[in-house]
Design a protein around this ligand. Sequence first.
Ligand code: SF4
Length: 573
Amino acid sequence: MDERVKSSDAGEAGTRSKVELLKEGSDYLRGTLREELATDATYFPEEDVQILKFHGIYQQDDRDLRQQLKREGKEKYYSCMIRCKNPGGVLTPEQYLAEDEVASLYANGSLRITTRQDFQLHGVLKQNLKDALRAINEKLITTLGACGDVERNVMCCPAPAEDRVHSQIEWYARLLSDRLLPRTGAYYEVWLNGDKVVSTEPEVEPLYGTVYLPRKFKTGIAFPGDNCIDVYTQDIGIVAMLEGDELLGFNVLVGGGQAMTHGIKTTFPRQADPIAFVKPDHLVPVVETIVSIQRDHGDRANRKHARMKYLVEEWGMARFKTEMDQRLGYQLPPATAIQWEGVDDHLGWHPQGDGRWYLGVYVENGRIKDSEDVTLKTGFRRLVETFRPGIRLTPQQNILFTDIAEEHKPAVNALLREHNIAQLSEISNALRYAMACPALPTCGLAVSDAERALPSVVRGLEREIVRLGLEQEKIWIRMVGCPNGCARPYLGDLGFVGRTLNAYNVYVGGDFEGTRLNQLYAEMIPTDLLVATVGPLLVMYKEQRQPGERFGDFCYRVGVEALREFAAGQASS
Ligand code: SF4
């Protein structure tokens, strides 16, 4: 058996990873953050970098400048990424305006919507961190637990609807987020100038303990029929089950995760499997129980093997379910059948059911910024200041403006036009269904570009799609700068996964509903050959598809060998 697999029962002293020891020695995530913030240094030492993540902060450096600065004998250009926690992607207009202001005052001027419905702010210098965090927290937004080995942002279908059942499901997303938040006082002491509470009672983390979880943990709730949150990618995927407008309960799935490491076969993306049906009142204890199993049995020796998906894979569903039932003290019934009707990205105008409307606006790769042509950031800010809509960030990195009165719709449209912000009818399907992670130059794990590379790749594919008359087809195109898979590239029709600088592995054959992993089609394809690599597959699809067959389903049906053969034939003809 492979070493990495054997290590899943590790946890004794001597077999734990360095990060485990750091967490344990951090005094519930304090580390030496306060002391470091008081120095003039432009960066935090490695020990604190690990602890900072739990506070929602990644220390990064400008990767574009690294070599040049090294040659000049200068230190790296350090800055931080701050990730906010917005359960279900929900913000008030005041919170949106605060994020916008912090982005302008302390970050690089842009807001980044993530694929988990958070806001990220890039380029915050160390000396500005406290001011930025305070401004964010003043509007009741936290960054605690947005990164690190704890529950991340709890996702939820963002579509607003004024019916009871939608409100209930959103309420559960917020409840889970609150219950899974770390309890440490460190966050308030470090960032909000709180003094350490002197107490005779020892500080405790009732769920996480002193070493928190072995690795990050992701949970999301899907609305029935609409897999817009990619429920199969979650450590715990939850699907609400309804009868009419009554919430019967939830199907709970476990063991999803996208990350893998190139060249290490014991790491792989995995889809979550249904494990039980849970009544609404039991959801929180069931989720806490699953988290506790991962806390106690996840791999604490090898961080590349520490996500719960590996535990689920190695134990099997039967053993995992038995452990759940034993910890709960009762037996959960099996999950019921799950039906998907598709994935709704919620773009365009939609009635909310209460006489008001919501508008979903496309944001390319989630980046809200002003450019010469399109003043997205200014336009959104004016829209929020003028109409005070609710805000929802979507899992496809777009934004919804909610609670808009019918009579305001023309003025909202006019305002967006004034800022050259595209209406839905002006956006091609190729662009609409494309997503990229930030990657270079900010992400420390990136080996290649994603956000900067995808726009030209998508536009090249778009030209090919139009040439073939396939513009009505909906095809997911997802690009990431490393195999960690933040933009969920192993689901969907086409995945481009950074392999090395400017070269990608190409995956094909997932389905639009996000229920099937795709497969490796080609390796190490340079950025400028991606369109030429995928082009023959589109030609074959056009010529050989069955009526109504989607691109991903076609690739899956014929298989990668047949796709490669066809492409080779095209190349030699
Ligand atoms: Fe960074 Fe990799 Fe995630 Fe992209 S997928 S943001 S490169 S860790």
